[in-house]
Design a protein around this ligand. Structure first.
Ligand SMILES: Nc1ncnc2c1ncn2[C@@H]1O[C@H](COP(=O)(O)OP(=O)(O)O)[C@@H](O)[C@H]1O
Ligand SMILES: [Mg+2]
Length: 142
């Protein structure tokens, strides 16, 4: 591969939360209440570890080992399920629940299909690495 891929080739668009659109779309997803609650908790820890630290300081002083274990888990969530069961819709809207719960603003960077590349060896790895580099750079600005 030649030059570093541009930001707009890697990401379709940005979605920011909280916002009414995603809030309504999330509410329209039926039969996923358990998944919504669990995902909101997991993502809240990932995007806002300070919340857990404050909670531990208040309720479990000295539980540093446990806190470390939770906070050092890989920041990755995999959604599995049949086609059309709501994985993409959940992924694109759950940020609203997290933003509201944590009282923070969140921006989602959904990868565009072109980050899958054309199948050349190592191409997808390179594109995904570039996407993460861009995302980290954007996050660092905050
Ligand atoms: N549990 C659900 N409740 C309401 N609508 C759903 C549900 N699951 C999927 N849909 C709708 O079906 C369509 C396809 O869902 P999508 O999230 O793209 O599925 P997946 O990514 O799991 O293949 C979307 O319009 C979505 O809103
Ligand atoms: Mg999908």
């Amino acid at each position: 591969m030649s030059a570093k891929p541009a930001l707009d080739e890697l990401f379709e668009r940005r979605i920011t939360y909280p916002d009414f659109g995603p809030q309504e779309r999330l509410a329209r997803l039926v039969g996923l209440d358990g998944q919504k609650v669990r995902l909101t908790k997991i993502l809240s820890l990932l995007v806002n570890p300070a919340g857990l630290e404050a909670w531990a300081r208040k309720h479990h002083v000295g539980a540093d080992g446990l806190l470390n274990t939770v906070l050092r888990r890989p920041p990755l969530v995999v959604l599995a399920g049949d086609v059309g069961s709501g994985k993409t819709e959940l992924a694109e809207t759950i940020g609203d629940a997290v933003a509201r719960q944590e009282k923070i603003g969140i921006t989602l960077f959904p990868l565009s299909l072109s980050t899958r590349g054309q199948g050349r060896v190592g191409e997808m790895t390179q594109l995904l690495s570039a996407a993460f580099d861009h995302t980290v750079a954007e996050a660092t600005k905050l």
